[in-house]
Write a protein that binds this ligand. Structure first.
Ligand code: SAJ
Length: 430
């Protein structure tokens, strides 16, 4: 028997986190209002358009469980629960940009009713709920724990993941008070078939997601440093990592690459570094790990320079084809993509740069893989799209007289490509 009378849910922000959440809540019997400031997005949703084609749950359920999509904030006023799922980007100096969180909190605080539960799902550093969100509601006359309840339940959506989605990913949740925690546990346990772990306080809930993504960031940085060392030592890092991964415990494989992109891994740790600095702690190790990852695009271009030098070819005026713009295989997401840093470094070396990404044709300078191979003298494979892995062969590179290829994702068959002497194959750490 539900302890709290929670019937209506407002989801603020209908991106890859908010949209599946809205559909899932509707599927589980809640009245759902989905709010977004982007009128275009609302128009498309009203037409039943699925904005995230890679999300299997959405593909199967968006039309089955229609909810009220609106960009009129007054429509959310009667919700018992408001869930804020807006982006938390960083600016060019890697300073956290809480603008969307502040804007969404103001919208909710202006329209929500007394007694409502507010849940922030956006990834934030510890203290944001108490230093940023809570004061906004207090400014609007609410008393947290009395007539408004605030929790944090960090999102864990993994774009394009066929197995883990909004219905089955375990979650953690923390609140400022017992009632806020109980209301949140009741709601999330009613829509998710997995553990919903209560945290000691809202700070621990905020810190959990930051820890998860910092963990991934430093482990990638670790293998990136090992890869650079093994390039100097002439050791194949991929073979070594796969060897280490035969150990059934106390090892978790990560792979080196031309860079770390996306809106989570390279971004979230900066939130912790910045906030800890304010409290007098300097995250030396975490900062160094992020710098290591941020240095991989430049390292990748240096690998190309070395390979071209072996062929007595200067970088200047060489046409280099960058294969792949998105930060991750088989999707079209450009956020923080290393490809753009690789392009910058190539231009600093006075190379002529062409690009092709089958998932991002609009931003590509060339129309096809064949076109970019025809025009390029050297290649950097920056994204391990299936299309590239299926199409690229030593014979094809020889046919187009490619002189060097840097496999930025170590996704091609090194033995096969190294046999062909008309071009130089190099990976990252192999
Ligand atoms: N990368 C490496 N080496 C690795 C793994 C990734 O260089 O071993 C690079 C990727 O090429 C990419 C970047 O890091 O450029 C991020 O890759 P990612 O696989 O972490 O993909 P994301 O950004 O979609 O991360 C999401 C995160 N999920 C959430 O924040 C809820 C992350 O916590 C997950 O661990 C990750 O998905 C996942 O496991 O797929």
């Amino acid at each position: 028997m539900a302890k709290y009378d929670l019937k209506t849910v407002a989801v603020i922000g209908l991106g890859y986190v908010g949209l599946p959440l809205a559909v899932r809540a509707k599927e589980k019997g809640y009245e759902v209002i989905g709010f977004d400031i982007d009128e275009e997005k609302i128009k498309l949703l009203k037409k039943g358009q699925n904005l995230f084609k890679k999300d299997t749950f959405l593909k199967e359920n968006l039309l089955k469980y229609p909810f009220k999509a609106t960009n009129n904030a007054s429509d959310i006023a009667q919700a018992d629960i408001h869930i804020i799922c807006v982006p938390t980007p960083v600016d060019h100096l890697h300073h956290p940009d809480l603008g969307p969180v502040i804007g969404a909190s103001e919208t909710v605080a202006t329209h929500c009713k007394k007694g409502a539960l507010i849940v922030l799902e956006s990834t934030v550093n510890p203290y944001v709920s108490e230093e940023v969100v809570r004061p906004i509601f207090e400014k609007h006359g609410f008393v947290v724990g009395k007539n408004i309840f605030i929790s944090h339940c960090p999102e864990r959506i993994n774009p394009g993941d066929p197995k883990w989605d909004v219905t089955n990913i375990p979650r953690v949740v923390g609140s400022f008070d017992k009632k806020g925690l109980e209301m949140s546990l009741q709601f999330y346990r009613s829509i998710i078939d997995a553990e919903i772990r209560p945290m000691r306080s809202i700070r621990e809930a905020e810190a959990t997601k930051i820890l998860e993504n910092s963990f991934r960031n430093i482990n990638i940085a670790f293998v990136n440093e090992i890869a650079m060392s093994f390039d100097a030592l002439g050791i194949d890092v991929k073979d070594v990592i796969d060897g280490a991964a035969t150990k059934p415990f106390a090892f978790m494989k990560h792979y080196p690459s031309c860079g770390v992109g996306g809106h989570c891994i390279p971004v979230d740790p900066h939130y912790l570094v910045e906030r800890a600095k304010e409290s007098g702690f300097n995250h030396g190790f975490l900062k160094y790990a992020m710098e290591t990852n941020e240095g991989m695009p430049a390292y990748t271009v240096e690998r190309l320079q070395d390979a071209l030098n072996e062929k007595r070819i200067a970088m200047k005026d060489t046409v280099v084809g960058v294969l792949g713009l998105s930060y991750k295989a088989n999707i079209d997401d450009l956020r923080e993509s290393p490809s753009f840093k690789i392009i910058e470094h190539l231009k600093e070396h006075k190379c002529k740069v062409e690009t092709f990404d089958p998932h991002v044709k609009r931003q590509s300078t060339m129309k096809s893989l064949e076109a970019i191979l025809k025009k390029s003298q050297a290649l950097i494979l920056a994204t391990d799209h299936k299309e590239f892995k299926d199409a690229l062969t030593p014979a094809l590179l020889k046919k187009y007289d490619i002189k060097a290829i840097i496999d930025g994702k170590n996704c091609l068959d090194k033995e096969l490509f190294s046999k062909e002497k008309s071009f130089i194959y190099r990976g990252i750490g192999r």
